[in-house]
Design a protein around this ligand. Structure first.
Ligand code: ADP
Ligand code: ADP
Ligand code: MG
Ligand code: MG
Length: 585
């Protein structure tokens, strides 16, 4: 069993010498294994010998040849010849939240598309519904697909890219939500998701976080048997994520809910069971059988799935149990005095603080509390209203919202920014861990959200500066990329003795990344207080007590897990004031 996949975005037949055809051994002996049709290569899989020469010769890294285990059946779906192939499907269960966890480009949205009836599965070629049902007959999946085929199923769907909603829907939030309110649950949803003030706003004027909550309410207010949420956390702060999670759990008390999610703390809290998805992004994906949520996330972090007998990574992702030790004699990079910033409707008060050399400071706080404003003032892009900042440092800044209108290539951009682009340090510490080489020839304007984010993180770290400010780097990244980005940023700070400050809403990313923590609180959209950077324990206690949750550590992987509210551990930790580091004596 062998599949050949050509990445259409990377393949640039006009800029190469048709190396895939020229070097192919079967072609040289007269087979039509690789032919060019209308200027584009087509690889015939049953003529391919799997030598991998085309994979290595392609200057754009556009070809994958994958050998699959003998026992593997035909894919459930394939996007045409030499297109991405999906194997297996997840099964939604009534009364449960089922999670779907896997890297970007591995087929999660494809699977959701099939289950919602948006995409008709083709079994790898052009199968009819009857053939599909035949393949799954006698299984719960078969019964489910039969209902999809007969259009005898009601599904509700929250799409992945909420930023596209304004393109297909114009008008007021109220109008959109009234249309979806099929089960009379809207008032309750508007209340818990905090949408009352948005009802008379235009859809086109909503922020990402507002769109996300409106989209969640719209899907949840439908009267369906099966609900699909393709990511709920993007643009939401931690408090909003937890509220969204509770909304989905409530929905699942009588119905079936399936959710794709990259925020592991949230997925852990939210799902009853999950399917892992592995394979090779852009080439093929395999959906595992369901696993318990704790076990599944642990297997994902360790990179080993025993039931499937696969290893998806050579190293486990590891968390530290203890708060980082406070070392007293770390040199100070910069200290700043109290300052404030006043906008017509918002006031930020920052308390004096110190940033030290070689450290990463994580920044936590709700949306609309002034985190971006603080970063811009520290970076010198905005002036404080009161107080003076005497910061004579070189700053490198990755903004929260990325724009890429330029036609420069990724390689061109990074070469311009970095003095030592070709050095082995730069390549080994920044480029390779984040998988940037594969993007070298792409224009910035062609990159997906996750690709652009990875390039923006590396571009930020490529500039020569004293202080690096990154606003929400985990947005659009999958779990693997978040964990790698955290490691890259932390190693960068340690190795270069520069300081890095990172705003983020993903607890696992913040945990892996930060040596100290800075917490914002106040009233979102009205006033914010920026507390000084403190050690992790104080910061986490301040932050978690404000949102009222406690974490314990998983015994196996030491990852943080949200305690059930009111459980024995939750109550004990609250009494002790230890919201985060419960395992420590
Ligand atoms: P995920 O949701 O896990 O990020 P997707 O299911 O969106 O992944 O996509 C999996 C792969 O399928 C990607 O490589 C993508 O390029 C490809 N793909 C998605 N939609 C199409 C399509 N309509 N035509 C061709 N290829 C597609
Ligand atoms: P966060 O990054 O924590 O989500 P921001 O710093 O972006 O918060 O914004 C905090 C508050 O300040 C918001 O209510 C926002 O509307 C307001 N704000 C931000 N920038 C401006 C500006 N240039 N003019 C007026 N109000 C602003
Ligand atoms: Mg997707
Ligand atoms: Mg912000």
């Amino acid at each position: 069993m062998r599949i050949a996949v050509i990445n259409k975005d990377r393949c640039q037949p006009r800029k190469c010498a048709k190396e895939c055809e020229y070097f192919c051994p079967p072609v040289r002996t007269g087979d039509e294994t690789v032919v060019f049709v209308e200027g584009k290569p087509v690889i015939t899989e049953n003529l391919c010998v799997g030598c991998g020469i085309c994979v290595r010769k392609c200057p754009f890294d556009a070809i994958s040849i994958v050998n699959l285990p003998e026992e593997m059946e035909a894919p459930v779906h394939r996007y045409g010849q030499n297109g991405f192939a999906l194997y297996g499907l997840p099964i939604p269960l009534e009364g449960k939240v089922t999670g779907l966890l896997g890297p970007n480009g591995i087929g999660k949205s494809t699977a959701v598309g099939i289950l919602t009836g948006i995409l008709r599965p083709n079994l790898g070629s052009n199968a009819t519904w009857d053939q599909v049902l035949d393949r799954f007959s006698g299984s719960a999946m078969g019964d489910y697909l039969k209902r999809v085929a007969d259009r005898n199923i009601r599904t509700a769907y929250k799409p992945q890219y909420v930023d596209r909603i304004p393109q297909s829907y114009r008008g007021l939030v109220r109008g959109l939500l009234e249309k979806t309110d099929e089960r009379g649950a809207l008032d309750g949803l508007v209340e818990v998701l905090g949408l009352s003030a948005l009802l008379d706003r235009e859809i086109s004027g909503l922020s990402g976080g507002e769109l996300q909550r409106v989209a969640i309410a719209a899907a949840a207010s439908r009267d369906a048997d099966f609900y699909f949420f393709d990511e709920i956390s993007p643009y939401l702060d931690i408090h909003q994520r937890i509220i969204a999670a509770r909304t989905l759990q409530e929905l699942a008390s009588t119905r079936a809910v399936m959710v794709v999610e990259h925020d592991l703390a949230l997925l852990d809290l939210l799902a009853d069971s999950l399917h892992l998805v592995y394979g090779s992004p852009g080439a093929y994906g395999v959906i595992t059988r369901p696993k318990g949520v704790r076990v599944g996330i642990n297997q994902y972090l360790k990179g080993v799935f025993p039931e499937e007998n696969v290893r998806v990574r050579t190293e486990a992702i590891e968390f530290e149990v203890h708060a980082p030790r406070q070392e007293k004699d770390i040199p100070t990079l910069v200290s700043y005095d109290d300052f404030t910033k006043s906008y017509p409707a918002f006031q930020l008060a920052a308390e004096a603080g110190t940033i030290r050399r070689g450290e990463v400071v994580g920044i936590l706080g709700p949306n609309g509390i002034g985190k971006t404003t603080y970063i811009k003032i520290i970076g010198g892009f905005e002036k404080p209203t009161t107080g003076t900042l005497d910061i004579k440092l070189k700053i490198s800044y990755k903004p929260q919202y990325l724009k890429a209108e330029s036609d420069i290539t990724v390689e061109g951009l990074l070469r311009d920014l970095s003095h030592d682009f070709d050095s082995s340090y730069y390549q080994a510490e920044l480029i390779r861990p984040m998988g940037i080489e594969k993007l070298y020839d792409q224009n910035l304007s062609n990159l997906s959200g996750g690709e652009l984010q990875r390039v923006a993180i590396i571009a930020c770290l490529s500039r020569e500066a004293d202080l690096y400010l990154l606003d929400e780097p985990s947005a659009h990244l999958d779990v693997e990329q978040r964990m790698l980005a955290a490691k890259v940023m932390r190693r960068f700070a340690e190795a270069t003795e520069r300081a890095v400050m990172v705003v983020d809403h993903d607890i696992y990313t913040i945990d892996l990344l930060s040596e100290r923590l800075m917490v914002f609180d106040g009233i979102p959209g009205v006033k914010g207080i920026a507390h000084p950077p403190t050690d992790m324990r104080d910061g986490m206690n301040r932050f978690l007590s404000s949102i009222g949750i406690t974490f314990r550590r998983d015994e196996d992987t030491h990852r943080p897990r949200v305690n059930k509210p009111g459980s024995r551990l939750d109550r004990t930790q609250r009494d002790l004031g230890e919201y985060y580091y419960s395992l420590e004596a």
